[in-house]
Design a protein around this ligand. Sequence first.
Ligand SMILES: Cc1cc2nc3c(=O)[nH]c(=O)nc-3n(C[C@H](O)[C@H](O)[C@H](O)COP(=O)(O)O)c2cc1C
Length: 358
Amino acid sequence: MSLLFSKTNLGPLALQNRLVMAPLTRNRATGNIPNELMAQYYEQRATAGLIISEGTSPSPNGLGYPRIPGVFSDAQVAGWKRVTAAVHAQGAKMFLQLMHCGRIAHPLNLPAGARVLGPSALTAAGEMYTDAEGMKPHALPQAMTESDIKATMEEYVGAAKNAMAAGFDGIELHGANGYLLEQFIRPNSNQRTDGYGGPIENRARFVLEVADAVIEAVGKDKVGIRLSPFGVFNDMPAYPAMEADYTYLAQQLNARGLAYIHLVDHSPMGAPPVPDSIKAMFRSVFKGALILSGGYDAVRAESDLAAGKCDLIAAGRPFLANPDLVARWKAGAAVNAPDFSTFYTPGPKGYTDYPALV
Ligand SMILES: Cc1cc2nc3c(=O)[nH]c(=O)nc-3n(C[C@H](O)[C@H](O)[C@H](O)COP(=O)(O)O)c2cc1C
């Protein structure tokens, strides 16, 4: 009588179970183009109800990291078509996560002519990997002008339409983990003095305008968003108005009728705890589907679903290391441990070679 393994609907989409593969950047997209190896990796995991792709850039400016895919060229759309066809053949649905890295970037990771952008010209603390020169400090972003903001919004719209052309069932806006959309939401990275900075109504403007624009382009049933209230990853420190700000966001997103909100909790990875009260706030304010993630195993997933805390459960590292996670969790079988050393390295090792149960 498991809820986790029973069928459900996400808006008009029928899901074969309530287990979601969380978005996982794996840096196998050489040349920023999805390839056959990636199709194989996702196909192996397509017994999930829903797969959310790795963070995928809507534009050259958003590429940030080495070897992450985009969805702005014909070759990228063609590559993704192979992925969605392979996934659909196994019964899973698939959303594309649109991740514009903004200031979490280095020019060495960007194609010629691309720019590191952010709401304000403020460098994020910390370093990132580049293929050319190893670890480098994050770049100083250019503060986006109004025309940059318009152009970036159009890039999201073009990317959402491309995602549909590539066969995805929807898109997830990456509004979490310190990337561009969260850079606008948070006061430490957004110190603008125009209509996109200052009070939360202004700091939320960009993400809400992007949401409106992609909804207009592809329909609200095909748009979800990932948020990380109380998340500190990528130099996003806590601040006093956090809960009030995210309550405003929950209300605004609810008014737009998105398919789902997907909350991040990285406390199982050593980040500060995300208060239960904020998850409960999202549950009561937002009437669409709620996805919770972070440190789940089958028992905790079943228990949170049964308690009505959410509609779907997303798992990241367990899916990374177990292509047949659904079968293993169903059977109560042992799981493979993830190998951190191959999370972001090119090639099949630590990617498509995790063993399945025989
Ligand atoms: C290798 C790796 C890559 C990740 N890439 C992304 C990403 O592209 N987008 C995103 O929203 N979260 C990303 N995350 C976070 C995961 O989606 C998830 O929130 C996190 O792993 C916690 O869930 P877990 O305990 O089930 O692994 C990544 C995590 C890992 C370990």
